[in-house]
Design a protein around this ligand. Structure first.
Ligand SMILES: [Zn+2]
Length: 369
């Protein structure tokens, strides 16, 4: 079994016992990436880095980090394109999207890891569930990663029905507020749990609509809210997390323990779950370095900078160390939630001007309607 497989198939996603295994898996994937792409091998050489130089955790900072912006301008695959089983585009307005592609081994490990992660957090359920997808309906003309993620998230409890906030009309999308409202009132009469999946901005908009109409539902036990994409992106409107959780309980009868907020990126396809204290704990199969936005030097705990993810997951692209345009901070303080794994706080998504995230775009679409 490869080191990579061994690392990702561990039982406890937050275990910190496998430090050596993590490094071995990193060397393995880096070697594979470099062997599969002359361009990437050249980048490593130019930066004076080779995989065998990775001996301690501190050395991880020396892997040349590639900004996600790079993938918006360059295609960089480490396997023949015929080996890419799935392709997805990152969030962003057209023209600034990056295309990623994953081969079979990346997909199998990634999906298995996600399944174990969801099970660990008791999100997986065998009870048939009605879904409200607060995002785009999957369509042939839309290859955004966010669409695939939302759809994937409806696979962790068997779907009875899915209603989408943005319905495919063959060429684009129609806003489906009325459909959502109708579906929700119907779901409320059924004994099956309801799951809301998608952008927080849409969730907020829906809750505000229910509030305006004086609708309060008591959805069946085991109902849940699964959100991803940041809270403060409703076209500049600041959505407060505590307010959103209160609204969810008041309007839908879903307690905050059943509200899950995820973080993920197309260029770093792993899930992070916000804990009860509002932090994203880092699983055993990834590391986070915060870097100065200008010098890209690693920053100490307590200082805000660009979020750099490190993981050996992806064999089809050189995504071992990617810098997103999100602003985050690490902390040395132990988290009161009890999870002893290190964590980061997301301070802002997409700090670079001119780049819009999917959620921001979706928020705008909603306002324009
Ligand atoms: Zn915590």
């Amino acid at each position: 079994m490869s080191f990579r497989r061994k690392l990702f198939f561990g039982r406890d996603p937050y275990s910190r016992e496998g430090g050596e295994l993590f490094l071995a898996a990193m060397r393995e994937t880096l070697e594979k990436n470099a062997a599969g792409s002359d361009k990437y091998a050249e980048i490593l050489k130019r930066e004076g880095f080779s995989p065998e130089m990775l001996k301690t955790e501190a050395d991880l900072a020396n892997i040349p980090p590639i900004p996600t912006l790079y993938f918006k301008r360059n295609r960089l695959f480490c396997v023949p394109e015929s080996k890419l089983m799935i392709r997805a585009a990152s969030s962003g307005t057209s023209g600034s999207t990056s295309e990623v592609g994953f081969d079979l081994s990346t997909l199998l490990i990634g999906f298995g890891t996600l399944r174990r992660f969801f099970r660990f957090h008791r999100i997986t359920s065998i009870i048939p569930t009605n879904y409200i997808v607060l995002g785009y309906e999957p369509a042939k003309h839309n290859r955004a990663g966010a669409v695939k993620t939302a759809h994937l998230t409806t696979k962790f409890a068997p779907a009875l029905r899915r209603e989408y906030a943005l319905k495919d009309n063959g060429a684009g999308y129609d806003i489906n507020i009325e459909g959502i409202r109708k579906a929700l009132l119907g779901y409320a009469k059924s004994p099956f749990p309801v799951r809301f999946v998608g952008f927080p901005a849409y969730m907020y908009f829906l809750l505000k609509t229910l509030e305006k109409e004086g609708i309060s539902l008591a959805l069946p036990a085991r109902s849940a809210v699964l959100l991803g994409g940041g809270w403060k992106e409703f076209s500049g409107q600041s959505v407060d997390r505590a307010e959103l959780l209160e609204l969810i309980e008041a309007r839908l009868g879903i307690k905050k323990e059943r509200c899950f907020e995820f973080f993920s990126a197309v260029e770093h396809p792993l899930a992070y779950l916000k804990c009860a204290c509002g932090h994203f704990h880092i699983p055993a199969y990834s590391r986070v370095i915060i870097r100065d936005a200008e010098t890209l030097e690693p920053l100490p705990e307590g200082e805000a900078g660009l979020l750099n993810f490190i993981t050996p997951l992806v064999s089809s692209m050189p995504l071992c160390s990617v810098i997103t345009d999100d602003i985050a901070m690490m902390s040395a303080e132990p988290c009161p939630c009890g999870n002893t794994a290190p964590y980061f706080d997301l301070l802002a998504r997409s700090g670079v001007s001119g780049i819009k995230t999917c959620a921001a775009e979706a928020g705008e679409r909603l306002v324009d309607s």
